[in-house]
Design a protein around this ligand. Sequence first.
Ligand code: MN3
Length: 201
Amino acid sequence: MSFTLDNLPYSYDALEPYIDKTTMEIHHSKHHATYVANLNKAIEGSEISEKSIEEILSNISKYSPAIRNNGGGHFNHNLFWKTMKANGGGLPSGELLETIVRDFDSFEKFKELFSNSALTRFGSGWGWLISQNGKLIIASTPNQDNPLMDIAEIKGVPILGLDVWEHAYYLKYQNRRVEYISQFWNVISWNEVSNNFLKTK
Ligand code: MN3
């Protein structure tokens, strides 16, 4: 088993002005590439019975920290890239929007809770919107952990993730994580998040 780094589904400057080209380029071609390379190194020679990265993550407690950190890093970034697009943002629609309103009272309330969860994650980590068999929950994890992992405090299938490591925003926003989070709403691909959601039901 080995993993590869996919190209982004858009150009490095596609998310300007909200996420700058240089950050995207370094983030994908250096940071994500390193997670992939180190994941492949970490699984070289080990017996992996699982068939996918998702399955590995759901049994992560039996694997090394290197597989946990780099496997998480690979999965998390794949999800992150796909749930953003040029001219994104706006509102979700259909069943996803209905479920957000059912579980958080309103889209605005959801936005506030998600933003706050990502903002208050201490140090490096991720903010998440997850589905537990169709029920939506907000969570956050440290480092490259995620809610698929059997060691996660809150488990579920992540359908939207926000990288709040400093490497995701420092060049443009420096220490202003709050500003980066507020601009993230302009690049979300709600179609993709909705597809992710429908698969969990
Ligand atoms: Mn990152």
